[in-house]
Structure formats: structure tokens, C-alpha cells
Ligand binder design. Structure first.
Ligand code: SF4
Ligand code: SF4
Length: 190
């Protein structure tokens, strides 16, 4: 009899906890977790990742792409899903820019190795997840046009990481500027 009363009390306590949570879920905005997708979308956490994208500065996706077509990511990508063709000038001489940059997302395993090996902070992991498309090629191979996204976008989806990258790039830029000033002064002096 004592055991039954004890069990009843336990159930009652559990119901009180559930009831409190249920009532609080109507007033605590952090707990209103139902999002009316696709009209509304959740801001994904900074460390979420799906497939990579290419960062460009300013507003010209083609001219200001950070990628120098060094092909390090292409070599290091474990499933070999990156394809890069280096751009050439009118004399056929290659220059530091990708003419073609494709990622086959049907084999990309979101490992982030391409991001880690890139010496120019040109490729980062995206948190976008809506990749449904009409044809198979459109859905599975992302081209340079689809991959290129502004630094502003990077700052929006990964504010802390992007701020660190910006600070590092700015420090590098200043260092190079100082070095070239010193070199110019030495040339004048010499
Ligand atoms: S995330 Fe990994 S698998 Fe995907 S493109 Fe980068 S290196 Fe390749
Ligand atoms: S994304 Fe980075 S590692 Fe890959 S080719 Fe461009 S600069 Fe090189």
C-alpha cells in the first residue's frame, strides 16, 4: 500500500514538472521552437556546416574572388569532388584565378579539409541546406557562380569565425604594406 502511494506521488511530481514546462513554453521565447518552415527559417548555429562556398570581397563575385586557383583544396579533398580549371589571359598564360570551380556535392562529405588547407581563407563551410533542383546536374554539381558568396554572407552565418578571419587578413595586409614601404625606403636610400 505504501509502495502504491509512493508511486502515485512520483507520477504526480512528474505531471507537475510537465505542466510547468508546458505553461512556460507559451511565455519563454527561447522555448517556442516550432518554426513555420519554409516561410520562416531558423538561424543555424555558427558551427553548423554542410557544403563549402567560395568567399569574395566587395561586390564583384568574379573579380574579387579570394581563390587564387592554387588547387591545394582540389588535391587534398578526400573524395576528389572539387574540380578547378585555372584561368588564362589572352596570351594563354595562367593567372591566379579559377576559370572553373565545381564541387560535386553528391560526393562531398562535409569534412572541411578544403577549408583547413586553403592558404587564402577563400573557401568556407556553408550552413545552407536547400539544394533541391529540377535536374540531376543542377542539384549535384555546384559551379563557381553558385559557390561564390560575399564576405558579408560569411559574417552573417558565422560572425565569430568571420571576424577572426577579417582581423587576420587585415593584419597580413598591414604587414605586407609595412614591408613594401621599408623596401621602397631602402631602395631610395641605397
Ligand atoms: S568538405 Fe571535404 S569532401 Fe567536401 S569539398 Fe571540402 S574537402 Fe572535399
Ligand atoms: S579555394 Fe583556396 S585552396 Fe582551393 S584553389 Fe582556391 S585558394 Fe587554393
Amino acid at each position: 500500500m505504501k509502495g502504491v502511494a509512493f508511486l502515485g506521488l512520483g507520477i504526480l511530481k512528474g505531471m507537475v514538472v510537465t505542466g510547468k514546462n508546458w505553461v512556460r513554453s507559451y511565455f519563454d521565447s527561447d522555448r517556442l521552437i516550432t518554426v513555420e518552415y519554409p516561410e520562416a527559417k531558423m538561424q543555424l548555429p555558427e558551427n553548423s556546416r554542410n557544403f563549402p562556398f567560395l568567399v569574395f570581397d566587395g561586390d564583384n563575385a568574379e573579380a574579387n574572388l579570394r581563390c587564387t586557383s592554387c588547387k591545394t583544396c582540389e588535391k587534398e579533398c578526400p573524395p576528389k569532388c572539387i574540380r578547378i580549371v585555372t584561368a588564362k589571359d589572352e596570351k594563354g598564360k595562367p593567372f591566379k584565378h579559377p576559370e572553373v570551380f565545381d564541387i560535386d556535392i553528391s560526393t562531398c562529405m562535409s569534412c572541411q579539409i578544403c577549408v583547413e588547407v586553403c592558404p587564402f581563407d577563400a573557401i568556407k563551410m556553408d550552413s545552407a541546406y536547400e539544394y533541391a533542383a529540377i535536374t540531376r546536374f543542377d542539384a549535384l554539381v555546384l559551379t563557381k557562380r553558385e559557390l561564390a558568396k560575399p564576405n558579408e554572407y560569411y559574417k552573417k552565418i558565422k560572425p565569430v569565425e568571420a571576424a577572426e578571419v577579417d582581423a587576420r587578413l587585415e593584419a597580413d595586409r598591414k604587414k605586407k604594406e609595412e614591408a613594401s614601404k621599408k623596401k621602397a625606403a631602402a631602395n631610395v636610400g641605397g
